[in-house]
Design a protein around this ligand. Structure first.
Ligand code: IPE
Ligand code: IPE
Ligand code: MG
Ligand code: MG
Ligand code: MG
Length: 296
């Protein structure tokens, strides 16, 4: 899919160019907080969540302009989740994206507050977005979906279940449930929010919801795998960190081979959801394949 790959590259560039304009520059105060927010936002992530947003929009024949605010907001929420995820009271990881984690570059209090401020900024961006403001009903429904994806019934809830699982024997189904909450929910909102913008049919919306759920789960299974089969040099994060912390992760529970098989199975199920969408689904296909075949 050479065309899909080049569109993906152009969206990544689009996002990298857009992002600075959304983050208050450090000439403003409080400078320490703004520096920490920018430090983590520009540390070099893959930007896969914004790519899901634009790809979902392409499958619905939407123009990118209508999606920029959503793409940026979700990336900022993801960045906040990583800052908090690395804290000593959570995964206690020192390296993120090949650089010192935010709480080591700054300090713990600043990292916590940078995360808080990034989350608030994300909602501010969606609430102030000129394209979304044209249709306040749609805008409110996107805010509602995003809030649910971040909160107790989404990412934050999943993070609590994840931490609570340390040192415990849990089943594959229980681990899939944790992964669906902590990672799947935010990826799902990436594919569902464009459907709200497009006022997609119930069937289109359901297909994109299922695609997001399946790909999100597959993405986190592969993240677990990279902790075992990846290298810090490529992932930019400490390797073997899950086992060191006695965290139940996919390879520990069902083994490397079966984890890969499960990730592929989910990818194939996700691909099967793309049949009846009105636009071009090539980039959604590309992302589903990439989610379970990557080095970082
Ligand atoms: C890492 O996410 C944490 C998970 C939820 C799996 P990414 O793999 O998308 O991290 P970056 O943004 O590319 O660093
Ligand atoms: C992170 O899962 C999930 C989040 C919601 C941030 P991990 O703890 O496995 O992510 P990494 O491996 O630290 O990036
Ligand atoms: Mg974690
Ligand atoms: Mg972690
Ligand atoms: Mg991980």
């Amino acid at each position: 899919m050479p065309e899909a790959a080049s569109i993906i590259r152009s969206w990544k560039t689009r996002l990298e160019n857009l992002l600075p304009g959304y983050l208050p520059d450090s000439s403003r105060t409080p400078r320490l907080l703004l520096d920490a927010m920018r430090y983590s936002a520009f540390a070099g992530g893959k930007r896969i969540r914004p790519l899901f947003v634009y790809a979902s929009g392409r499958a619905l024949n939407l123009n990118e302009d209508a999606l920029d605010g959503i793409a940026v907001a979700i990336e900022l929420i993801h960045t906040y989740s990583l800052i908090h995820d690395d804290l000593p009271s959570m995964d206690d990881d020192d390296i993120r994206r090949g650089q010192p984690s935010c709480h080591l570059k700054y300090d713990e209090a600043t990292a916590i507050l940078a995360g808080d401020a990034l989350q608030a900024l994300a909602f501010e961006i969606i609430a102030a977005d000129p394209f979304l403001s044209i249709n306040p009903k749609q805008q409110a429904s996107i805010i509602l979906d995003l809030a649910r994806a971040c909160g107790a019934s989404g990412m934050a809830g999943g993070q609590v279940l994840d931490l609570d699982s340390l040192g415990k024997q849990i089943s594959r189904a229980e681990l899939e449930n944790i992964h669906a909450f902590k990672t799947g929910a935010l990826i799902e909102v990436c594919t569902v929010a464009p459907a709200s913008v497009a006022e997609a049919t119930d069937e289109e919306c359901a297909a994109l919801t299922r695609y997001g759920k399946l790909t999100g789960l597959a993405f986190q299974i592969f993240d677990d795998l990279l902790d075992v089969i990846g290298t810090t040099e490529l992932t930019g994060k400490p390797s073997q960190a899950d086992a060191a912390r006695a965290k139940p992760a996919f390879p520990a529970i069902i083994g490397v081979e079966k984890s890969i098989q499960r990730a592929y199975e989910l990818r194939d199920q996700a691909l099967a959801e793309l049949k009846n969408l009105p636009g071009n689904t090539d980039t959604l296909e590309w992302l589903a394949v990439y989610s379970v075949d990557r080095k970082r």
